[in-house]
Design a protein. Structure first.
Length: 128
């Protein structure tokens, strides 16, 4: 069984997809950009600012799904420029609790809306 997850604390889906899907004991998020949930605009042109907002959006979605950043098991980071990796990694290390989840990072040709970073995740769901 699949349950769509939605929260106003993260940007609304901009197409035919859900912010996240919970199935069994796992939640799978859509990729999150550094967009302000209320305005739909980037919070910063700086990659670190976009990464921080993307992680806050991710946290809000996980919370709505009954999970949280401490329950992350796999994170995927997409970068418009691999040279931005050190700045994103610094923000990530500050906002993602240990033990750190498994993670992959890729440089891609383009990201939606001209974003510099997009982050998606898989997390376990808290009991209760």
């Amino acid at each position: 069984m699949r349950e769509a997850i939605s929260t106003d604390a993260a940007p609304a889906a901009a197409g035919p997809y859900s912010q996240a899907i919970r199935t069994g004991d796992l939640v799978f998020t859509a990729g999150q950009l550094g967009l302000d949930p209320s305005s739909g605009e980037f919070v910063s042109e700086d990659v670190a600012g976009q990464a921080e907002r993307a992680l806050h959006n991710l946290a809000a979605i996980l919370e709505a799904a009954g999970s949280g950043m401490g329950r992350l098991v796999k994170v995927t980071v997409y970068l418009a420029d691999i040279g931005d990796w050190p700045a994103v990694n610094e923000v990530y290390a500050r906002l993602v609790p240990e033990p750190f989840p498994a993670r992959s990072a890729f440089a891609v040709r383009d990201l939606p809306k001209g974003a510099r970073v997009e982050i998606e995740a898989i997390a376990s769901v808290t009991s209760g």
